[in-house]
Design a protein around this ligand. Sequence first.
Ligand code: 9PG
Length: 477
Amino acid sequence: MSTDLPTVTRLAEPVVDASDMTTFYRHGWHSWSPTGWVSPDEIVRPISDRDQRLGHDDPVFALETNVSGSGFGVGRSDDGHAVLLGSLDPGARVLPANGTLVGKSELPDPYWVVIEGSVQDVFAAYASALVDHLGGRQRGHQRVWCSWYSYYEDVTADAIEAEIDAVGDLGFDVIQIDDGWQAGIGDWVPAGDFAGRMPELAERIVGSGRRAGLWLAPFIARSDTLLATTRPELLLRDEEGSPVTAGINWGGPFFALDPTSSATQEYVASVIAEVRQWGFDYLKLDFLYAAAFPGRHESPMARESAYRDGMSIVREVAGDDCYLLACGAPIIASVGIVDGIRVGPDVAEFWHDPKLTALADFSGRGARNAIATSSQRLWLRDVLDIDPDVIYIDESEHRLEPSTVDALVALAQITGFTGVSDRLGVLSVAERVRLASLLDAEPIVVQRDWGAWSVDGSTFNFPKMVGTDSELGRSVA
Ligand code: 9PG
C-alpha cells in the first residue's frame, strides 16, 4: 500500500462524474452476496425463485434489473483510474447511471465521500476512512477448526471430544462447534449428547490453550421453534402484521427478529450471556443479515442502524475480549463491532451447483462462488479480519481440482484466516504434516494487481480462474 493515499472528500450530494467508467465494482450486501467488477450497463436477471432470492443480496433491490452495490460503488476506466462514491454511514446503495455514480441512502444525512485515484489506492483510502468513521477491530491471524464441513448438523459432543483428542499440538487458535448442537434455530438449548456438556466442552478447549468457538444465529427463528411460537413479540412484522421470512433453510422458512424491540434485545442479551457463561469466547454469529431486513420496526429507524443497535448489544454483553465472527452479515454495517467477517459464500466439495447457477444465484455454496466473492473483498483486510471459509486437507473429502485446492489455501494465506473442517483423527500422516506446516507458515504475500497475488512465489489470478458470473451462467443455460 502506498503511503500517500488519495484524499477522501466529503460530499453534500451523492452524484459524481464517472464518464470514463468501463467497469463497475458491485459490492454485495452481505457475506454471501456476489461482489466484483461488472459492466455498468449489465442487465441483471433477478432470481426468479422468491425463496432463493431471500438470502442472496439486499431484498429491497432484489428485483431491480440495473446494477448497484451496497454502501459504495467504484467506476474504473480502462487505464486503471477509479472513482469511488460511498457512504461511511451504513445503509446506502450506489449505482452507475449515464456516466455518473449516484448514491441513495435510508439515512436523512449520510456521510457521503468521493475518492479518486488508482484502483488499489482508492480502496485503501476507503478502508482507512471506514475505520476512522466506524472504528477498527482486528485481531490478526486466526486459525480455526470448525465442525461444519465435515459433520454438518450431525455433529455430536462425542465427536467434538474426539477432535479435541486428535488436535494435539496443531497450531489452531480456535476450536469451533458449528450448527447442530442446539434444539432449534432460535431455541439455543444444547440438544442430544450436548445436553449438560457445554461448559465441559468449552473448558477442555480453553484448557488446550485455544478459544472455544460456538455457532449461533441470534436474530432468526425457524417458524416451528418454541421461540417463534411462544415469543411472537420478538418477530419482525411486515406492513400486514405477518412475520417477515428472511430465508428458507433447515427444511422450512425462518423469520427475522426485530432488533429494535426491547423484547428482542433482552432475549439476545440473555442468549449471549448464557453462551459466555458456558465458557465460549469465540462466537460465529450467522444469518445476521436478517437483523437488517425491511419490516415495521418497533422503534422505526434505518435498517442498518437497527442492525448496528442489535449487534452493539451482542458486543456489549459478549465483552470486548470475546471474538465475534460475523457470517451472512451486512459488510459495511458490521465494521467496528465484530472482529472478523465471512467475505464469501460457503466453500463446498464441488466447483459450483448448476441448479443455482441456472437461477443466476451466485451466492450459493461451492468453491467457485467462494473464491469469486472472497477474492474481490481482499481490500477489507485493512478494516477487519476476513474469513474466506475453509480449505480442504483430506483429499478423500472433495472432488476439486488441485488448482482449486491451492487457490483456497492461497486465500487463507492472504487473509491470514485459515479455516479447516476436516476430521482430524482420520488424516493420513502426510496430510497431518501438511496441515501442521500450513498452520505454522508465515507466507510471503504480494499483491501484483487487483485480482492477482503471489504467495511464496506462486501466482494466483483469482478473477481469471473463476471467470465472470455471466460466463458461468451462460455455460449452464
Ligand atoms: C450452518 C452453516 C455454516 C456455514 C454458514 C451458513 O442460503 N442458505 O440457505 C444458506 C444455508 C447455510 C449457509 C449459508 C447459506 O451456511 O455460512 O459456514 O455455519 O450456515 O448452517
